[in-house]
Design a protein around this ligand. Structure first.
Ligand SMILES: *Cc1c(COP(=O)(O)O)cnc(C)c1O
Length: 715
């Protein structure tokens, strides 16, 4: 099962630490380590989509023999390992310096998905990537966090677009040998296994370990021989099944996750539920306390004080609600162990709107004293949504805070801009990402340097698009007309607008096509052309979302639009990096107030890509009038048609009167001075505020600190 051995045996002695590096995702956010793997075999690096485990498995051994004698490669190798060892030694971390007592605690971070790198496909979108970035930053800051999630062998679906423009879902079997995971072992050295009762059956799970710098992620996998075929498939796919599959997955994550930690001898002080999927963890902890002799009320209070809950959903329909008959099927017998009757138990999941269902968010709201939304605006919406939990309390006093999301800058920065920041801001700029004074220096970067780098990033995106299309054409996956829809006619000089995210209808991917004639004028302008690049998946069960994709594809196929509209198939992290780094404008058109935060716009901003976005989610806090463009939405009471019309009009007006003229206004050297001024202002203001360094420090001081107090020493 473990390919590490096969690679190791054929590795030259002086390169024998390469597998160790490949199996710690630290390499993925460390430019020097990425470059080391790229140097080993640039073609293979490209063909494996930057997967070093696969690269080492597929590499020709004579190539390694030659590298083992190449002084320049060996120097590069030693430098990377010196940096790696220093990082792991964790001498002067922020937590060690400022919160030394926390270094001896453990924070368990539960999430149904983690987006760390494209080679570990256990995420679907924004929620997972936030979790992944959270873990990387915890590692960087020296926070002792352990992640709890799933090893989905089939991951999330891969998107295929038919020649007729319809999305199809395909599941690629996942090869554990090509992934940087290890089997987790118990303190006594055995492979970790745990069991959870599910109704009248018992499910067994194995545990995989994923190293993320200094921290570990533990991933639950039910694909073991002891289980029935149905149970083996329980953790096969992310968001793949019906409601019954889902409740089983959530029992595994919440209840199983606690048991897994116990069997590994881990005793967290803080339990953080990232979204409601893992809410059952609170019940299992209440059960543990009750079994040890606490009363139900005491147990609940102990759990409340040590549980942190982050909600991400601004609409009631976005929360998991399980019908009571399913709760009966899976929790009969369990509620006795909590010291509760059936009615008392079911009341834990009650909301005024849903007496027949068990609401996971309601459960964790009741059993967590530290709740937060993911932007200031989302905090407000969440307080309003849950105000019935605090009858009589004014909404602004409801104890739900907000910690605005951020992105892990070393993960999302383009290599070209990384070099420029190292030169102009600080050689160690990634270690002080939340320092506004450092980012102030971006104002002094010479325009021509910034412009040259931005243009290089854009050409790289175009190259990526072209090679993907060429590959599909060569291998017969694409018909000639599809090759054109993939952006092969894109012009690296033209103003390029990117829109890539989940195709949920509230994100309104087609808002820009409302007035087709008006759009055509912009796309067809001979001297100041505009081009559009779309990407994103619709959940397979989301019919309106699939229709949106089909509609965008019909514009890509429309020869009158001249190949200036492209749709890139199968959006995921790898492609996201090229997009957020390579376009000029990042467009976001959510229907207010449904974007809880959004993070792709932050990735774009860090890379000097200007946001053109509805003032919702993070952009309400990020926009200052001079660092991009904001569409002021109508109040949430306005009906949908009115909102769409209003936002669409503003979008066209901003493009026609501000965005396009500013981009094409050049000086004698062909440099858009005004544009670059705005780019610098965007980087200066957004980079320090919307990075995970700022975010994680907020979590430590507002949430984790508070959750560690008042607990008895043994917990
Ligand atoms: C950042 C990211 C997201 C989140 O994008 P939003 O626009 O914030 O919804 C989703 N998918 C991928 C692959 C990403 O990299």
């Amino acid at each position: 099962m473990d390919s590490q051995n096969s690679t190791k045996s054929s590795l030259p002695q002086n390169l024998n630490r390469l597998p160790e590096l490949a199996r710690n995702l630290w390499w993925s956010w460390t430019l020097e380590a990425r470059q080391l793997f790229e140097t080993i075999d640039p073609t293979l690096w490209f063909l494996t989509n930057h997967n070093p485990v696969k690269l080492l498995a597929d590499i020709q051994s004579d190539r390694l023999t030659r590298l083992a004698e190449d002084p320049s490669f060996l120097r590069q190798y030693s430098a990377v390992f010196r940096q790696f060892d220093e990082y792991l030694a964790n001498k002067k971390s922020w937590v060690g310096t400022h919160h030394a007592d926390l270094t001896k605690k453990t924070i368990a971070y539960f999430s149904a998905e983690f987006g760390l790198h494209a080679s570990v496909p256990i995420y679907s979108g924004g929620l997972g990537i936030l979790a992944g970035d959270h873990c990387k930053e915890a590692s960087d800051l020296g926070l002792p966090l352990v992640g709890v999630g799933f090893m989905y062998p089939q991951g999330y679906f891969r998107q295929r677009i038919t020649p007729e423009g319809w999305q199809e879902a395909a599941y690629a079997p996942f090869n554990r040998d090509e992934s940087p995971i290890h089997l987790a072992q118990t303190p006594s050295g055995e492979a970790c296994r745990f069991t959870v009762d599910m109704g009248n059956r018992r499910v067994t799970a194995a545990v995989w370990k994923l190293l993320v710098g200094r921290i570990t992620l533990l991933l639950i996998d039910t694909d073991v021989p002891e289980n029935s075929p149905e149970d083996r498939a329980l953790s096969a796919r992310l968001y793949g099944g019906d409601q019954e599959m889902r409740i089983c997955q959530e029992i595994l994550l919440g209840i199983g996750g606690v048991r897994m930690l116990r069997s590994l001898g881990i005793s967290p002080s803080v339990w953080h539920a990232n979204e409601g999927h893992s809410a059952f963890l609170t019940l299992e902890r209440v059960r543990e306390f009750v079994q040890k002799g606490s009363s139900h009320a005491e147990a609940c209070e102990l759990v409340r004080q040590s549980t942190v809950f982050t909600t991400h959903t601004p609409v009631p329909a976005g929360h998991d609600v399980f019908p009571h008959h399913l709760m009966d099927r899976y929790f009969t017998g369990y509620w006795d162990q909590l010291g509760l009757s059936r009615d008392e138990f079911l009341r834990l999941g009650d909301t005024p709107g849903s007496h027949s269902g068990f609401n996971m968010t309601a459960l964790v709201m009741r059993l967590s004293a530290h709740v937060n939304g993911v932007s200031r605006e989302h905090g407000r919406v969440t307080r309003e949504m849950w105000q019935h939990f605090w009858p009589g309390l004014p909404t602004d006093q409801i104890p739900i805070r907000s910690v605005t999301n951020g992105i892990h800058a070393p993960t999302w920065i383009s290599p070209e801009l990384h070099h420029l920041y190292s030169k102009s801001l600080s050689p160690t700029w990634t270690q002080t990402c939340d320092d506004p004074a450092m980012w102030q220096r971006v104002m002094d970067v010479p325009d021509h340097e910034l412009w040259a780098v931005r243009q290089a990033m854009k050409r790289k995106l175009m190259g990526f698009i072209r090679e993907r299309a060429r590959n599909g054409w060569v291998h017969g996956h694409l018909q000639p007309s599809q090759v054109l829809t993939r952006g092969t006619l894109m012009d690296p000089e033209a103003l390029t607008i990117g829109f890539a995210r989940r195709f949920a209808t509230y994100k309104r991917a087609t808002l820009l096509f409302r007035d087709l004639e008006r759009l055509k004028v912009l796309l067809q302008d001979r001297w100041r052309p505009v081009q559009l690049i779309f990407a994103g998946k619709a959940h397979p069960a989301d019919e309106p979302g699939r229709y949106f994709i089909h509609e965008v594809l019909s514009f890509c196929h429309d020869h009158k639009l001249g190949g200036r509209v492209a749709f890139l198939e199968d959006y995921e992290m790898h492609m996201a990096k090229y997009l957020v780094q390579g376009v000029d404008i990042w467009l976001n058109t959510p229907r207010f107030p449904l974007e809880a935060s959004g993070t792709s716009g932050m990735k774009a901003a860090l890379n000097g890509v200007l946001n053109l976005s509805v003032l919702d989610g993070w952009w309400v806090e990020g926009y200052n009038g001079a660092n991009g463009w904001g569409i002021q939405p109508l109040s949430e009471q306005a009906d949908v048609q009115t909102q769409d019309h209003h936002d669409g009009e503003q979008l066209y007006r901003l493009l026609e009167q501000e965005v396009i003229p500013l981009f094409y206004q050049r000086d004698r050297d062909g440099i858009p001075r005004g544009w670059l001024q705005m780019v610098k202002e965007c980087i200066r203001t957004t980079a320090p505020q919307f990075c995970t360094t700022r975010m994680l420090k907020d979590y430590v001081s507002l949430m984790y600190r508070a959750a560690t107090v008042r607990m008895p020493a043994t917990w």
